[in-house]
Design a protein around this ligand. Structure first.
Ligand code: GDP
Ligand code: MG
Length: 235
């Protein structure tokens, strides 16, 4: 199976080198970085990798256009090529590349979408968050899964996940409305509603050390409203 890891970046110069180094240890995958005009030299680091290997690819967008559209741009790039599996992964070292084989094992069990969950089996596998941040994440998950009827999922906002090609071919990527946090919720919900098998594997999430988070109140509010639009909207 040909695997594409889509890495959205916005000012990840402190992290991207290590992320790429770790990822390329797996010889079965290629990487696509979707950068939104980072101003900290992220692109120069990616370009130095591109000189060394054709397994690293780069799309440069003209402005900070959001996480959701970055992933959609990356997915479309991969769909034009012969990739079978598409991963979403953060570029800030929060997600451990060594989990990738576990996602693929779960896909091979027959799942179409596999979400890396921080909250499986009533545990919390997050390193480096304060209580307030944890509460927000747990509440967001409870809120979205309750309203959308997806209580089987423990971590619907997780950004470490894997899709089979046919999921991305079926979900109408041009109709995805969310751009921020709710992108994850929307993709999980639509995959489920279209009849795909959505499963989870446990992961440990490490809060970033370098760089800074792009999470904002605006993004959280977008998500809170989007859940209702999804519930009553058309797929
Ligand atoms: N291309 C692109 N990447 C983004 C954007 N916003 C966030 N990212 C990237 O998405 C990933 C997750 O963002 P982050 O700020 O760490 O969010 P948090 O983990 O929820 O705090 C990181 O790799 C960011 O660099 C954006 O507007 N465009
Ligand atoms: Mg992060």
């Amino acid at each position: 199976m040909k695997v594409l890891i889509v890495l959205p970046t916005y000012n990840e110069a402190d992290n991207i080198n290590k992320v790429l180094d770790n990822l390329l240890n797996f010889d079965f995958l290629d990487v696509l970085v979707v950068d939104d005009s980072s101003t900290d030299g992220t692109v120069d680091i990616v370009k130095s990798w591109i000189k060394k290997t054709d397994r690293v690819n780069l799309i440069q967008r003209p402005a900070k256009l959001g996480l959701g559209t970055a992933y959609i741009t990356g997915f479309k790039w991969g769909l034009e090529r012969d990739y079978d599996l598409f991963f979403e992964m953060d570029s800030d070292l929060s997600h451990n590349p060594n989990d990738i084989p576990k996602f693929i094992d779960k896909i091979n069990e027959g799942f179409d979408v596999v979400i890396g969950s921080r909250y499986m089996n009533n545990t919390i596998s997050v390193v480096g968050w304060d209580f307030k941040r944890l509460l927000l994440s747990k509440f967001a998950n409870w809120y979205a899964t309750t309203i959308l009827g997806l209580r089987d999922l423990s971590d619907i906002t997780s950004g470490f996940r894997c899709y089979r090609r046919k999921v991305l071919e079926t979900v109408m990527l041009d109709k995805i409305k969310s751009n921020g946090y709710s992108f994850q919720i929307e993709m999980a919900y639509k995959s489920y509603k279209l009849g795909f098998k959505v499963g989870e594997i446990p992961i440990i999430f490490y809060e970033r050390n370098g760089g800074s988070s792009k999470m904002s109140k605006k993004i959280a509010i977008e998500a809170a409203i989007m859940v209702w639009r999804l519930k009553f909207g058309r797929i």
